[in-house]
Design a protein around this ligand. Structure first.
Ligand code: SF4
Length: 395
């Protein structure tokens, strides 16, 4: 992909489902009803490896198999290593639990004052409102509860969550997640957002959703009217690979933006998907064309059965180095590790600061050239590479 990578050239269409009437294809309920959920359906379109096939059968005990027809079309069915396939089709690695892996890798269950509401940071809460998604990502941090394959039996408790927020005036920011909140009906979303807007100390609501990527048809006028009515609402979407940026996603993000919903993107660093600086650069450029600000690049959590998808942390640092200074600043996400056990998000940055003395900061820029920034009034700033002999202190 290059500078001529315009949205009008991105993927669009019905692919394997070319014979389906357009009104069905564009109907989000048709997409959900016609999801691929079984080995026999998958095998109509691609040849599963024995390893994938075994993992598909195992998925009923771990995390359900479900793929919308729209998203399935993005898979290159002739490539067993396709980056879309790796995210969504079960892999034998899911059947093994490595010693470092955890069922609740970021320790959410221990921070729930009421079921489904995580209150970890002082001024904000995470409100889990459903355990369902349009498709299931094989590396999902909440595999323990989404799709209910592990008998977690999560039942969203709107009223007790809302009551908790009403009674805690320090909560100024509510993040709705799950599962995917945009799978709730318009009626339920309207009710929930209306109740939150009526709480005087809640300043705004954030929504974490992969629906625009799995099911862009869901982002219709009626849904956007609800967002306009109850804003300010911020949304974090979840795109991992540039191929997920289709013309349909472009239109969905446009509808959201024009409804006053600022958009950020959270990618998960995944081995064989996006652990490549050039792939990530293409992705962040496409995101900006969709008015989406790359926000976080997450190191994959230590979820059970995810070792085959977890990339080396050093690769994430290399990607940020490849972006910082080499492309638009807006395009550079923050690379973070969500500290195992509940420590929260910790920024992991390339090290540009070489030394801080009492007098100065010695640093390298994106080209590796060294500079000094004075901490003492009167000292001249110096580009060390250009002037190897440090300037004396001025008096
Ligand atoms: S959409 Fe989000 S909650 Fe659902 S499976 Fe993917 S990562 Fe998990």
């Amino acid at each position: 992909m290059n500078s001529s990578d315009k949205p009008s050239n991105w993927y669009r269409g019905q692919g394997h489902w070319a014979d389906v009437p357009a009104e069905n294809w564009l109907n989000w309920k048709w997409q959900l009803k016609n999801r691929i959920t079984k080995v026999e359906q998958l095998e109509q379109y691609l040849e599963l490896t024995p390893d994938e096939k075994a993992a598909c059968y195992f998925s009923n005990q771990k995390l359900a198999l479900a793929i919308t027809p729209y998203f399935f079309n993005l898979i290159d069915v002739n490539d067993p290593n396709c980056p879309i396939r790796r995210q969504i089709i079960p892999h034998g690695g899911e059947m093994k639990t490595a010693p470092e892996e955890l069922l609740d890798p970021v320790g959410e269950d221990g921070d729930m004052p009421v079921k489904g509401l995580v209150h970890r940071y002082p001024d904000r809460v995470l409100f889990l409102v459903t355990d369902r998604c349009a498709s299931y990502c094989r590396y999902c941090t909440r595999s323990r509860l989404v799709s209910n394959a592990q008998d977690y039996n999560f039942h969203p408790e709107f009223e007790s969550g809302l009551k908790y927020i009403e009674e805690h005036p320090e909560v100024r920011d509510v993040l709705l997640s799950g599962g995917d909140p945009l799978l709730l009906s318009n009626k339920k979303l309207d009710y929930l957002l209306g109740r939150l807007k009526a709480i005087p100390h809640v300043e705004f609501v954030r929504i974490g959703s992969r629906i625009p990527i799995f099911l862009p048809q869901r982002i219709d006028e009626d849904l956007c009217e609800i967002f306009k009515k109850h804003g300010p609402i911020w949304m974090s979407i979840h795109v991992n690979h540039p191929r997920e940026c289709t013309q349909e996603l472009y239109q969905a993000t446009e509808r959201l933006s024009f409804s006053g919903v600022p958009l950020g993107n959270q990618s998960v660093l995944l081995k064989g998907v996006n652990d490549d600086p050039d792939v990530m650069k293409s992705l962040v450029h496409r995101l900006l064309m969709m008015r989406v600000r790359p926000y976080y690049l997450y190191q994959c959590d230590l979820i059970t059965g995810s070792r085959h998808l977890r990339a080396d942390v050093r690769k994430g640092i290399e990607i940020i180095q490849h972006l910082r200074g080499h492309t638009t600043g807006y395009a550079v996400p923050q690379f973070v590790i969500d500290a195992p056990g509940g420590g929260g998000k910790v920024p992991i940055n390339p090290d540009y600061v070489e030394e801080i003395t009492d007098d100065e900061v010695i640093m390298r820029n994106f080209e590796g050239r060294q500079y000094r920034y004075p901490l003492v009034a009167g000292r001249k700033a110096v580009n060390i590479d250009a002037a190897p002999t440090p300037e004396p202190l001025l008096v």
